[in-house]
Design a protein around this ligand. Structure first.
Ligand code: ADP
Ligand code: MG
Length: 599
């Protein structure tokens, strides 16, 4: 009896493999450019016509191939990059599966031209649907050129799936952008129908490459990330929280030089930005994660866009921490870093980690500020004199001196505008500081710090309040009595749906306790559902900070303003309030002079 099961012919195997590897023209570009980079090219030219449908040509100046290798490269599972199974777990090249060339050849009309260094002539091989039709010796410079014509000419179903020219071109542009970000040392060119779309030189700085590819308006918004510990290293550039996009499309991450789009990494980066971004806004990120290849599996997916880390949470926290550290001192430095001893005006600033160049960096200040005395109750004389009793009082007389070296405290205070903004002078610039946003950030960071150390500091109420809740709220409060205690509220059941409130967070002792407790209990009730305790607690703290803080429309004395500025120097992430709104805006003298037509 004849066997029912048969081995598939090679050609069919290649077509099936092509189904995975070659989804559309941009996948061809990706595979071929990766090959060029693996071949050590320092120049890669990508020329496409009709969105890649009619022609994709990749020209490189890499090592090229000898005649035999050129033929072998078109065979399935033929690769120069790995030899043993151990190699598979120590991959340093972009390719290793030996599938790309035969797969692409199987679904197009492909011409391979290549000349190895040291060899007198090159070879040209022409294939149709994977079958070699011609091979000739040719004269050419060292390197490799691959032309892919009529993609999917033999797979009409596939060809039908191709989108409009511009769409396919867009995907190709994305691919080239990713490669070019990954390799600032390599020159890339991209042209479409003879028109040059992209031409980046052999730069050596990531910053220059990033600006060339993602836009020069980012120039003043990029912050350097740099952190290494043992085998694990994270480097790159991230945008300040004020410079965001509405999608994640400008978040580029690379693992050991390979672009990956990985959920863990993306989550980690956004974790680094926690409480610094508006909802639905995403930063610009070019981040390189480097680790022992043994600790990451890139062989998860044929296009290798996903990876699997052996120690996922360790990598996650490391990335999040690196991003957060980079933003810590930088988030409030808008255009220019204030002058400091290490500043060299001619050097591109962001190449120096801010944490090193800025002696006033908050990291060098005690991260746990001396808490109590500055928030002493001032029952008698309400310094704000407003009927809507502001919850937090600022000291009139006591201007703390321990932070006077800070950026904010050393600003020249001009006054208050619209009972909402502090006007300050910083060198030649005019600064506007949103008092409410600033204060919210201070309150948030203080509460967070206290919570981190254990419990939020409480203040006992002289006259405990009896609070009535409705049935549902009472259940929420009851359920979270312990969490509430950590957050600074001491509540005890008082029969029925009532509770006695005996203490409130010290920072909030002037807020309306009922409204506050209701809000907090409501937030806490959601924690149970989401399970993400830390994130949810942050939400609670934001809410609490909102309750404590100096409102807009509140007249402040000069001393109160100065105290606010001094406070600012003792907290991190002062560039934005915990909702992500900016705290500070800067108007340069030049901009002001332009308003008056003086330039
Ligand atoms: P892989 O990249 O996984 O090894 P490919 O099918 O993409 O598999 O390529 C097969 C082999 O052909 C590579 O291992 C490499 O030796 C050779 N090759 C492909 N493209 C080039 C190039 N542009 N320059 C030099 N060698 C190349
Ligand atoms: Mg390859």
């Amino acid at each position: 009896m004849k066997h029912r099961i048969q081995l598939l012919p090679e050609k069919l195997c290649n077509q099936i493999a092509a189904g995975e590897v070659v989804e559309r023209p941009s996948s061809v570009v990706k595979e071929l450019v990766e090959n060029s980079l693996d071949a050590g090219a320092t120049e890669v030219r990508v020329e496409v016509e009709k969105g890649g449908r009619s022609l994709i040509r990749i020209v490189d100046n890499g090592c090229g191939m000898g005649r035999e290798d050129a033929f072998l490269s078109l065979e399935r599972h033929a690769t120069s990059k790995i030899r043993t199974d151990e190699d598979l777990f120590a991959i340093r090249t972009l390719g290793f599966r030996g599938e790309a060339l035969p797969s692409i050849a199987a679904v197009s009309r492909l011409t391979l031209r290549t000349r190895e260094k040291g060899s007198l002539e090159g070879v040209e091989i022409y294939l149709e649907g994977g079958t070699v039709r011609r091979a000739d010796a040719i004269g050419m410079p060292c390197g490799t050129t691959i032309e892919v014509r009529n993609l999917f000419f033999n797979l009409p179903a596939r060809r039908k799936f191709l989108r409009r020219e511009e769409t396919e071109l867009g995907h190709i542009g994305d691919v080239v952008t990713k490669m070019a970000l990954a390799r600032p040392d390599v020159q890339f060119k991209l042209s479409h129908n003879g028109r040059s779309l992209l031409d980046v030189y052999r730069h050596d700085s990531l910053r220059e490459r990033t600006l060339a590819l993602l836009g020069r308006t980012l120039a003043s918004d990029l912050v350097v990330v740099e952190r290494g510990e043992g085998d694990l290293k994270v480097t790159g550039l991230v945008s300040q929280p004020s410079s965001t996009r509405s999608t994640t499309s400008a978040m580029f991450s690379f693992v050991n030089g390979r672009y990956v789009r990985d959920r863990v990494i993306q989550h980690a980066i956004l974790d680094g930005y926690r409480n610094l971004l508006f909802k639905g806004r995403y930063p610009v990120v070019v981040l390189f994660i480097e680790l022992d290849p043994q600790l990451v599996d890139v062989n998860v997916h044929p296009t290798k866009h996903e990876v699997r880390f052996r120690e996922q949470s360790l990598v996650h926290d490391f990335i999040a921490g690196s991003v957060r550290d980079a933003l810590r001192p930088a988030a409030w430095l808008k255009d220019e870093a204030p002058p400091g001893p290490h500043q060299d005006a001619s050097a591109p600033r962001a190449e120096v980690p801010r944490s090193m160049s800025a002696p006033w960096s908050p990291m060098s200040l005690p991260s746990v500020p001396p808490p109590a005395p500055r928030f002493e109750a001032r029952e008698a004389a309400d310094p704000f004199g407003s009927p809507s009793a502001p919850p937090l009082s600022l000291p009139e007389q006591k201007v703390s001196s321990e932070t006077s070296a800070g950026f904010f405290s050393s600003l020249t205070l001009i006054g208050q505008f619209g009972q909402s903004y502090l006007l300050c002078q910083d060198g030649e610039d005019l600064l506007l500081i949103d008092q409410h946003a600033a204060h919210e950030r201070i309150g948030f960071e203080r509460l967070k710090e206290q919570l981190r150390r254990g419990n939020i500091e409480r203040q006992a109420l002289l006259f405990p309040d009896v609070l009535e809740f409705d049935f549902r709220q009472a259940a929420q409060v009851q359920e979270h009595v312990n969490d509430l205690y950590r957050l600074g509220f001491e509540v005890e059941p008082f029969g029925g749906n009532s509770f006695v409130l005996k203490a409130v967070p010290q920072l909030l002792h002037k807020a309306d306790p009922v409204a506050l407790l209701r809000d907090v209990a409501g937030e806490l009730a959601q924690i149970g559902q989401s399970g993400k305790l830390e994130e949810a607690l942050d939400q609670v703290l934001i809410l609490m900070a909102c309750h404590t803080m100096v409102r807009a429309n509140q007249k402040l004395s000069l001393l109160q303003m100065q105290a606010l500025l001094n406070e600012m120097d003792t907290v991190d992430f002062k560039g934005h309030c915990p909702h992500g709104r900016p705290v500070m805006q800067r108007l340069s003298r030049g901009e002001i002079e332009k308003m008056f037509k003086r330039t």
